[in-house]
Design a protein around this ligand. Structure first.
Ligand code: PMP
Length: 291
C-alpha cells in the first residue's frame, strides 16, 4: 500500500509519524473519511469544505490548497490501483513539545490512506441493525462541537464500547437534554407518515455528507424532510429508521433497545433511498485518472 505523507508517497512501513505529533499526544487534528466509487471520488469538494471548516474551528492552518489536496487524494487512489474504496485524509497539528500549546507546533502533518472498508457485516444491510441507546451522552456543542470532525473520538468510542458490549455494532447517542444527537459514526433518520425527520446539527451531530445527500434525494422524490428535536420515543414509534455515513452508506435499523421499529425490517422508503443513493454514487464524482 502506498500512503501520501507530507508531500511524498511512501510505503506502509515508511508511513510513520512522530510520537511528539499533537495528533497523537492530544487528538489535536481533523480528518475526513471519503468514498471512491467506480474510479470517482464521491463529493470530494464537500468533504474538503468540511475539512477546512473543522480546521478553521480549531485554528489549524492546513498547509495545502483544496486543488492540491484533491490531486493528492486522486493520486493516492491511482497509485493503489483502487477503483472502489475508502480514503482517510488526516491533518494533525504536527510535531510539538510536551505541552498543550498548539501554536508551538510548526508544521501540520498531512497524510492520506486509500484502502477499502467494510464497516458493518452484510447481514446488517439485509435484516436491519439492532441499535441500543448509549448511556454515554454526546459531547455538548458548547464544550466540543460534534460539528468539528476532529481526531478526538473518545466520546464516540465510549458509546461504541457500549454497543459492542451489548452484542451489536452501533449506538444511539442522546444529548444532555435527552434529545437524539446521532450515532457513534453515523447520522440518524426516521420515517413517519411518509416524511423524513433527522435531528438538527445543533442537537450535537456532525453535518454528515451522506445526511445531506439523503436530503437531496428525498427532495427529488418529493419526500418532505424536517429537522426537529427527536426523542427516543420518536425513534421507537417511527415507521422506519436508518443511519447514514460515508463508510456505512445507508443502514436500515430493525430495533432500538430490543423494540422493533415499524415492521422490524428494512422499510420501503429506506430501501428506495438506498437504491437512489447507489445510482447517484456510481454516476458522479471526481475522476482519479486525469486526461
Ligand atoms: N457522525 C459521526 C460522528 C461520524 O463520524 C460520521 C462519519 N463517519 C457521520 C456522522 C456521517 O458523516 P458522513 O456522512 O459525512 O460520513
Amino acid at each position: 500500500m502506498t500512503i501520501y505523507l507530507d508531500g511524498k508517497f511512501v510505503s506502509e512501513d515508511e508511513a510513520k509519524v512522530s510520537v511528539f505529533d499533537h495528533g497523537l499526544l492530544y487528538g489535536d487534528g481533523v480528518f475526513e473519511g471519503i468514498r471512491l466509487y467506480s474510479g470517482k471520488i464521491f463529493r470530494l469538494e464537500q468533504h474538503l469544505n468540511r475539512l477546512f471548516a473543522s480546521a478553521k474551528a480549531i485554528m489549524l492552518q492546513i498547509p495545502m490548497t483544496k486543488p492540491a489536496l484533491t490531486e493528492a487524494c486522486c493520486d493516492t487512489c491511482a497509485r493503489n490501483k483502487l477503483s472502489d474504496g475508502y480514503i482517510r485524509l488526516v491533518v494533525t497539528r504536527g510535531v510539538g513539545y510536551l505541552g498543550l500549546n498548539p501554536f508551538k507546533c510548526k508544521n501540520p502533518t498531512v497524510f492520506i490512506i486509500a484502502s477499502t472498508i467494510e464497516l458493518y457485516p452484510e447481514d446488517v444491510y439485509r435484516k436491519g441493525l439492532n441499535l441500543i441507546t448509549a448511556g454515554t451522552i454526546r459531547n455538548s456543542p458548547a464544550a466540543m462541537s460534534p460539528a468539528i470532525k476532529s481526531l478526538n473520538y473518545l466520546n464516540n468510542i465510549l458509546a461504541k464500547i457500549e454497543a459492542v458490549n451489548a452484542g451489536t455494532v452501533e449506538a444511539l447517542m442522546l444529548n444532555a437534554d435527552g434529545y437524539v444527537a446521532e450515532c457513534t459514526g453515523d447520522n440518524v433518520f426516521v420515517v413517519r407518515d411518509g416524511k423524513l425527520q433527522t435531528p438538527p446539527i445543533s442537537a450535537g451531530s456532525l453535518n454528515g455528507i451522506t445526511r445531506g445527500v439523503v436530503m437531496e434525494l428525498a427532495a427529488k422524490l418529493g419526500v418532505a424532510v424536517t429537522e426537529p428535536n427527536l426523542t427516543r420515543y420518536d425513534v421507537m414509534t417511527a415507521d422506519e429508521c436508518f443511519l447514514t455515513g460515508t463508510a456505512a452508506e445507508i443502514v436500515p435499523v430493525a430495533t432500538l433497545d430490543g423494540r422493533p421499529i415499524g415492521s422490524g425490517k428494512p422499510g420501503v422508503l429506506t430501501l428506495k433511498l438506498t437504491g437512489e443513493f447507489r445510482k447517484l454514487t456510481r454516476s458522479e464524482g471526481t475522476a482519479i485518472a486525469r486526461g
